[in-house]
Design a protein around this ligand. Structure first.
Ligand code: 5CA
Ligand code: ZN
Length: 409
């Protein structure tokens, strides 16, 4: 699949800082020191509805990760998937009388437009589940042949007990795992499973549903976790720097994915850091396609909201916090954008070298975007209230905000 166009990232003077980031697995902050090429996998959308502010907030966090790495003069190898076949997509297509492939293509196209408008850097490999199937089948066969997977009425399940490190990503107790498994696509109550938590690797063809050749597994379609593992291992290999997504993916998705990969390769861990963004809510509840309490990025854009203001609204919250989208959040971002634009549109101003360093410092400290905004606010407020004569200052602030925060002033 093709991704979306990249906006240019200006180079900044001085030296970038290494990223310290909170890792869900070790439950602490770690300093990542990738080689010359940093490797990141971020779970992509299930394209049955448009990009909402919750998705955008999560992708914003991982966009900042890349900007911090690029600032250290590293290259970034970024991979993202599109879950373009899965139960919720098929259910929505059936409900609305649409062809599921057309629904997926339409919503993926809209996602690309939203990501472009928000200046999110594109992945180098943007891979759909359907196109990954030829790579998924042999992995499932290998797991089965190694005794880590078993058949149940034609479906193939992964045995969580085959991974000695199972549980180390999300650090949850058995009861919590069972509840979340039932809530998030698992089937803990299906009779005949070795362990209620065992996730499906390959689902045998169901009447009326799409299916693909699964070799010795029979016709069917892939499970959700093996999809991301196949794509990540194919394009990044083991031991990549960050596995990212929203906090609702820590269990079961990232836990199961890590187990699949670790059993397949005999290596540990799959990713050096498991990084999770908080959940954005609307009217007191997590914004979610299944509940329908959504604010779409495309709807805001259609209503004339500047994408840079949407981005500033996302940046005004720490990525690990759960937060609520309100009209006031957006209004504050619109006002901030106006103030910032006024400050950088003057021909000269107050020296800004300190701003670059403060923004760098804030972001390298577990992506503290609110602190980065506060640093720019301080310069902007002083600049709007005085008449400095440093001709390079407005341009430097503009480039800093563009390179490190993805906001075009
Ligand atoms: N296709 C799978 C991942 S392989 C999936 O979870 N798709 S999704 O469309 O449901 O979500 C896409 C990304 O947005 C995930 O990282 C998810 O954790 C994140 N996300 C979903 N809802 C919210 C929300 N309300 N707030 C923040 N992030 C969210
Ligand atoms: Zn995923």
């Amino acid at each position: 699949m093709h991704a979306w166009p990249a906006s240019e990232v200006p180079a900044l003077p001085g030296k970038g800082r290494d990223l310290q980031i909170h890792d869900t697995a070790t439950q602490g902050t770690i300093t990542l020191a990738p080689g010359p090429v940093a490797r990141i996998y971020v779970c992509g959308i299930t394209p049955y509805d448009a990009t909402h502010i919750g998705h955008a907030a999560t992708y914003n966090a991982f966009d900042l990760v890349q900007r911090v790495w690029l600032d250290t003069k590293r290259q970034v190898h970024y991979v993202q998937n599109v879950t373009d076949v899965d139960d919720p997509l098929l259910e929505r297509a059936l409900r609305d009388g649409h062809d599921w492939t057309e629904l997926a293509e339409r919503e993926t196209a809209l996602f690309r437009e939203d990501m472009t408008a928000l200046r999110m850097l594109p992945p180098q490999h943007y891979i759909g589940a359907v196109e990954a199937i030829p790579g998924i089948v042999p992995l499932v066969e290998r797991l089965r042949d190694a005794g880590a997977a078993y058949e149940l009425d034609g479906d193939t399940y992964f045995s969580v007990e085959s991974d000695a490190n199972f549980g180390q990503v999300s650090n949850l107790d058995a009861e919590a795992m069972r509840l979340l498994s039932a809530e998030r696509g698992g089937d803990p109550d299906r009779p005949g499973k070795k362990n209620p938590l065992d996730p499906m690797l390959w689902m045998a063809a169901r009447p009326g549903e799409p299916s693909w050749d699964g070799g010795s597994l029979g016709r069917g379609r892939p499970g959700w976790h093996i999809e991301c593992v196949a794509i990540a291992l194919d394009h990044l290999g083991m031991g990549f720097d960050i596995q990212g997504g929203g906090s609702d993916l820590a269990f079961p998705h990232h836990e199961m994915g890590a187990s699949h990969a670790q059993v397949l390769t005999g290596e540990f861990p799959m990713a050096k850091a498991y990084v999770h963004a908080g959940m954005v809510a609307l009217n007191g509840e997590k914004m979610s396609k299944s509940k329908g309490n959504l604010v779409f990025v495309s709807a805001l854009r259609r209503a004339g909201v500047d994408p840079a203001a949407i981005r500033l609204a996302l940046l005004s919250h720490h990525y690990r916090d759960d937060w609520e989208w309100t009209d006031a959040v957006l209004a504050e971002a619109v006002a901030r954008l106006e103030r910032w634009r006024a400050a950088v549109s003057r021909p000269d101003g107050l020296p800004a070298d300190g701003v670059v360093e403060e923004v760098r410092e804030a972001l390298s400290n577990d992506l503290d975007a609110p602190a980065a905004l506060a640093a720019v606010d301080r310069w902007v407020d002083a600049q709007n209230a005085s008449d400095g004569d440093d001709e390079s200052a407005p341009g430097l602030v503009s480039r800093t905000v563009d390179a490190l925060l993805g906001v075009a002033l």
